[in-house]
Design a protein around this ligand. Structure first.
Ligand code: DOR
Ligand code: ZN
Length: 348
């Protein structure tokens, strides 16, 4: 049996996938991310979406205004790819350090993705340019075909699209985001070093029963949806394996309580407030403390070609009760693990 330490200190981590929203919601949620993470890859699915370098630059300013003074936090911006994306604009934003990556949402795959890409084949000039300049493509990997079962949409995306993208652009840097299946783990493991994946805390903690057993539980609903237990176990193994191809990306995606508890509830889990504590619990349960720093703080920067952060963060073995709700700009949010007790807390 491995010995469980009383505390763990790691380099300050980054969140390689987060939704910070805009307006009052941004003002309310940004600090939860900024107080744990030095940097975050910020998703561009606002309404209207962040489709250009100019829009990303303006959004970046709004994020920086929402962060409490004295907090050191760098938002890493992404551009939302559409059928009309201009490769020159992407390359310009990347060269000027405004854009870090571009995001591919298949049209209508998830929240605010109506303007996403309707035909991936037509994206070839954009992907070719990104491959040339070494710009990361972040992918929401689910097909949207109505005849494909929602639980199969990630696996079918690999077959129909991801394999093909990498066949045509073998050097393109791809982050397969928020993976939820054993199929995705295997795909990433067998791909080249230019392919990596992020894993959320919820997909390490819950399977689809959490959403559907004993009543329908909207706060466990996100996209891609949690799958069956075999997949959760494969994700835990990958995350704690020490492989540099897997790293932290919370996909924290706040929606008001009313928007979630509805006849047509929004997809998204707000996990930012206790993300690190949640992840560490998984590594503790798997007896993989020594792999936690790699997953949280080292593999992401290495993949993106960025330096690791200065400074450290310490978590200690101390119980923490997650509140049932959190007030944000007049709205109530229900956080991931609401009402549960976690075993680790960030030392303040
Ligand atoms: O659950 C999700 N929520 N998945 C996504 O891909 C988008 C996100 C959101 O923006 O709410
Ligand atoms: Zn997301």
């Amino acid at each position: 049996m491995s010995i469980v330490p009383d505390s763990i200190t790691i380099r300050r981590p980054d969140d390689w996938h987060v939704h910070l929203r805009d307006g009052a919601m941004l003002e309310g949620v940004a600090q939860y991310t900024a107080r744990q993470f030095a940097r975050a890859i910020v998703m561009p699915n606002l309404s209207p979406p962040v489709t250009t370098t100019a829009l990303a630059d303006a959004y970046r300013e709004r994020i920086l205004c929402a962060i409490e003074p004295g907090t050191h936090f760098t938002p890493l911006m992404t551009a939302y790819l559409t059928d009309a994306t201009d490769p020159d604009d992407l390359a310009d934003g990347f060269a000027r350090g405004i854009l870090t990556a571009a995001k591919l949402y298949p049209a209508n795959a998830t929240t605010n993705s109506a303007h996403g890409v309707s035909d991936i084949a037509r994206l070839a000039p954009v992907l070719s340019r990104m491959q040339d300049i070494g710009m990361v493509l972040c992918i929401h990997g689910e097909v949207t075909d109505s005849d494909v079962d929602v639980f199969d949409r990630e696996a079918v995306f690999i077959e129909r699209h991801l394999s093909r993208i990498l066949r045509h652009f073998p050097e393109l840097k791809v982050v397969f985001e928020h993976i939820t299946t054993q199929d995705a783990v295997q795909f990433v493991e067998s791909a080249g070093p230019n392919v990596a994946a992020t894993i959320t805390p919820q997909h390490l903690h819950i399977n689809r029963n959490a959403m559907l057993v004993g009543g329908i539980r909207p706060h466990a609903y996100c996209l891609p949806v949690a799958k069956r237990e075999t997949h959760r176990l494969a994700l835990r193994k990958a995350a704690t394996s020490g492989s540099s191809r897997f790293f932290l990306g919370t996909d924290s995606a706040p929606h008001s309580r009313e928007a979630k508890e509805s006849a047509c509830g929004c997809a998204g889990i707000f996990n930012a407030p206790y993300a690190l504590e949640s992840y560490l619990q998984v590594f503790a349960d798997e007896g993989a403390f020594e792999q936690f720093e790699g997953f949280a703080s080292l593999h992401g920067p290495a993949f993106y070609g960025l330096p690791v952060n200065e400074g450290t963060i310490t978590l200690e073995r101390a119980e923490l009760v997650v509140p049932d709700t959190i007030d944000v700009g007049g709205a109530q949010l229900v956080p991931f693990h609401a009402g549960e007790t976690l075993q680790w807390s960030i030392r303040r």
